[in-house]
Design a protein around this ligand. Structure first.
Ligand SMILES: Cc1ncc(COP(=O)(O)O)c(C=O)c1O
Length: 385
């Protein structure tokens, strides 16, 4: 028998990978900030007795989902079939908070592992009938939240009468289970301290829906709501039992601009390299629309598409696909060619979706990396999660 060589018994020490060694552009996450963000929302929900069902569209990663569940999340919220498929490996209680319309999409959702307790939010009798037929064919119990519109004007039934009609019809189709109502307060965009009027309207609208449903014998078991900007005051909206924030894990420039997180709570940045300074008054980095997305902030000084993490007054004001143009007209800072900088994007969810891998940093060390497994549309390969 061959004896192991001395060489193979020696401990191999690999030097830590430093952030400066990453090829750019790359998505990097400050692990301490991420943990603090996860803890803050988990403890807010625990203190106020709200069930936390975070939306995974921000991180699209079973690894972050596991951290949310470990901190007490009761389940997960998804928007796409791929998110459902990937997250079914991390969690057996999933909400599809997107209208389930179209035969191919329905077929895919019905094929989810049967141990998954699935709930679908919907706002039409058409979607409901198609779901009932598919659930019946698959002999599968599916929960339903009736989606209501309380001001976002995107999806959701507009009146209590419609909510009653959808809830009543759900009850009449046994493979389906009426579990409650859902709303998305994406229209509440004021800083937290200035949300009084919006929350008062929300309280009134919600009470009208829940009161009418209760009078019709259809009191919702679950009232599911909550975006990141509105999450921190959902305990003031009577009747809400569950919240679904997503962005809070990483936060972004838009969330900080709204005052829904502190600047130092922005955990994800796009690491970029300065590739040109030839035009006076600007520096060009290798992160354009294909790294940063093209989500505007409301116009105003410093609007733009992203800003430097430790110099928030330095903004990417123009972009091509692979070029981001930093406006240096309001700073004396002059980055040099080859410098790497961290850019906080306006909308982090879109940026995550543009990346295969996220790198987790502890200081300057790349401590860990994880795949954005649920990005894209196609079925995830077996064992991808
Ligand atoms: C239906 C639904 N629920 C929850 C969320 C999470 O909101 P936020 O991104 O503000 O955390 C979203 C975001 O798009 C959503 O569409």
């Amino acid at each position: 028998m061959a004896r192991p060589s001395l060489r193979s018994r020696r401990r191999i020490i690999t030097p830590p990978l430093l952030v400066s060694q990453l090829e750019t552009p790359a998505a990097v996450v400050d692990l301490d900030r991420l943990a603090a963000n996860l803890d803050r929302m988990a403890s807010y929900c625990a203190v106020h007795g709200l069930a936390l069902r975070p939306h995974v569209k921000t991180h699209k990663s079973p690894r972050i989902a596991a951290e949310q569940l470990r901190r007490g999340a009761i389940g997960l919220t998804c928007a796409t079939p791929r998110e459902l498929e990937v997250m079914s490996d991390a969690c057996d209680d999933l909400l599809l908070a997107y209208p389930l319309v179209g035969a191919a999409r329905i077929r895919r959702v019905m094929a989810l592992r049967r141990t998954v307790r699935l709930t679908v939010a919907l706002d039409s009798l058409e979607a409901l009938e198609a779901l009932a037929a598919a659930a019946d064919e698959a002999s599968r119990e599916i929960g339903v939240y009736v989606e209501i519109d309380v001001g976002m004007h995107r999806v959701g039934v507009a009146s209590a009468e419609r909510a009653i009609a959808v809830a009543r019809r759900t009850r009449a189709m046994p493979p389906l289970q009426y579990r409650g109502i859902a709303f998305y307060p994406g229209h509440v965009r004021e800083p937290i301290a200035q949300q009084d009027a919006s929350l008062a309207r929300l309280r009134g609208d919600l009470a009208a829906f829940t009161g009418a449903l209760a009078d019709a014998g259809l009191a919702p078991g679950v009232v599911s709501g909550g975006s990141t900007p509105a999450a921190w005051r959902m305990h003031e909206v009577a009747g809400v039992t569950e919240v679904r924030p997503g962005t809070y894990v990483y936060n972004d420039r838009a969330t900080a601009a709204l005052g829904a997180c502190a600047w130092d709570d922005c955990a994800l940045a796009v690491l970029a390299t300065v590739v040109s300074t030839s035009v006076p008054g600007q520096a060009v980095v290798d992160a354009g629309t294909k790294a940063l997305g093209r989500e505007p902030l409301p116009e105003g000084p410093g609007a733009g598409f992203a800003c430097v993490m430790d110099r928030p007054d330095v903004v990417v004001t123009r972009m091509s696909e692979e070029h981001g143009i930093l406006d240096l007209s309001r700073t004396s800072w002059r980055p040099r060619i080859g410098d790497t900088i961290r850019l906080v994007p306006n909308h982090v969810c879109v940026v995550v979706h543009l990346n295969d891998t996220i790198h987790g940093l502890r200081g300057e060390v790349v401590e860990t990396s994880w795949p954005v497994t649920a990005r894209g549309r196609e079925a995830a390969p077996e064992g991808a999660a």
